[in-house]
Design a protein around this ligand. Structure first.
Ligand code: GAP
Length: 454
């Protein structure tokens, strides 16, 4: 967290006003890293595939969307309050600490289990340690707003919601997509966008926030294909993590035993966070049956069936989804990349990102700031390389300090322009982030050199 703030990756939102719970802003390097992660996902989910198309739907949707999906009535989390320090906790998380599987359980079940812990004097506030906790009650995660009417007239009739997941927009645009593209089942629609949830507790930095970005893909298919396609997508998503630097030991599958009533299968990809002390959910892969399109068809009165020209069969497509939080992936990649190495008696902190994810690819330094000929040559090289890669020019402090700074940002290569460059052989020093090895490369060969490396 400290490195993220110090180096301009992530800032607490509204900090000059004392911060705003569980909302974060992404600074320069954070934005670059986040965009690179998003692009890495997008390439594999859309660009490299013939069976997935893109969408960018609005955050505000007709409020009936969330009635139909069941969110208005039951998108809740169980909440427990501390009467002493007013801290808010998730009842299911409290129970899970004691080995009780509380996922998607009824409020009665949770209160019975909490009572058992109370009797054993084990139930304590996670913040102040007090045992004076309330019963669990349901707390809606939906974030309400209003459009076209004054805020003071906000009532249940004119309320609109900020979407709690991006897939709602995909279901509503399923018909337009089929009608306007040549897509035939099975096919997917992918989108990246903001989602909002009134999370009860959010104490784990950007792991769980109230405003976050989701990257979701909804795959529409005939029910007979569900098993095969589900397994295919599981493999595809697993491989994506391996391709971007995770090892087989870093991630694992978690199979949900208790499923939403419409779901037939749900697995999460979990990552073993060093910073959060263990495996935590990163991505969900869910077989959702025909629930979504059936519900929207029922509530809108619009026919959302699909007619298969070959089999002459008409049916409501079933859906399987892959859903991942961009901020959560961001935290995972930083957690994995963060390395401390002892160099002599100094500790070097370095973010060893996959090159494709690194926010800055090349940093360019003149050896000395006060030698105009070095600065001019360095600027010339910077201006050439920046057209192809995200580069950074740095002439602050000595070269050692600049290396340390770029290491903490995760920049794969640093280029130093020195007197040999201009007086002798037109070569520069290229230093590798991970090995710290340096080699001389001709200025004319830099585009080719980095083209191969990056
Ligand atoms: N459409 C299915 C869906 O939204 P989910 O399990 O609620 O399923 C999917 O969310 C993913 O979205 C999670 O695995 C996580 O990566 C991310 N996510 C959910 N809530 C989040 C939050 N409050 N903050 C950050 N990421 C979140």
């Amino acid at each position: 967290m400290s490195l993220c703030k110090r180096r301009g990756f992530v800032f607490p939102s509204s900090e000059i006003y004392g911060g705003f719970g569980a909302i974060y802003d992404y600074g320069h390097y954070g934005t670059l890293l986040k965009n690179n992660i998003r692009d890495a996902w997008w390439k594999h989910m859309v660009q490299y595939r013939e069976d997935v198309v893109a969408l960018d739907s609005a955050i505000f949707m007709h409020p009936t969307t969330w009635k139909a999906s069941g969110h208005v009535d039951s998108f809740d989390d169980p909440q427990v309050d501390c009467r002493k320090c007013k801290a808010r906790m998730r009842a299911d998380h409290l129970l899970e600490e004691f080995g009780v599987n509380a996922d998607k359980q009824t409020i009665e079940f949770l209160n019975t289990e909490l009572d058992k812990l109370r009797v054993e004097k084990k139930l304590k506030c996670v913040v102040c340690g007090s045992s004076d906790l309330t019963e669990a009650k349901q707390f809606s995660l939906m974030v309400k707003s209003n459009l076209g009417s004054p805020t003071d007239a906000l009532s249940e009739e004119n309320v609109v919601y900020l979407r709690p997941e991006t897939c709602g927009g995909i279901y509503l645009e399923y018909k337009n997509t089929v009608d306007s593209t040549r897509m035939k089942l099975p096919f997917g629609i992918a989108q990246v966008g903001k989602a909002f949830r009134n999370e009860i507790v959010a104490r784990q930095f950007i792991f769980r926030t109230r405003e976050f970005e989701q990257m979701e893909m909804q795959y529409f298919l005939h029910p007979d294909e569900m098993k095969t396609k589900y397994e295919e997508w599981k493999k595809t998503r697993w491989q994506w993590y391996l391709d971007y630097g995770m090892s087989e030991n870093d991630i694992r599958w978690y199979k949900h035993e208790k499923l939403a009533h419409y779901a037939s299968e749900a697995y999460d990809v979990e990552y073993n966070f060093r910073s959060l002390g263990g495996f935590k959910e990163i991505e969900g892969i869910h077989a959702r049956g025909d629930w979504d399109l059936s519900q929207h068809s029922k509530f809108s009165g619009v026919d959302l069936t699909y007619f298969d020209e070959k089999t002459k069969e008409r049916f409501i497509p079933h859906i399987m989804e892959t859903s991942v939080g961009l901020g959560r992936l961001f935290l995972m990649f930083i957690d994995k990349a963060y390395t401390e190495e002892l160099i002599g008696d100094e500790t070097r902190t370095v973010l060893k990102f996959d090159y494709r994810l690194a926010p800055v690819k090349i940093a360019i330094f003149p050896l000395l700031k006060n030698k105009p000929e070095l600065v001019a040559k360095a600027k010339e090289i910077y201006n050439q390389l920046k057209l192809k890669w995200q580069c950074e020019f740095d002439d602050n402090g000595n070269v050692g300090k600049r290396y340390r700074r770029q290491d903490e940002i995760g920049t794969p290569f640093c280029v130093t322009i020195d007197f040999d460059t201009i007086e002798k052989d037109n070569t520069v020093t290229v230093r590798d982030r991970d090995t710290m090895q340096q080699e001389r490369v001709t200025v004319d060969g830099l585009l080719d050199f980095f083209g191969k490396k990056l």
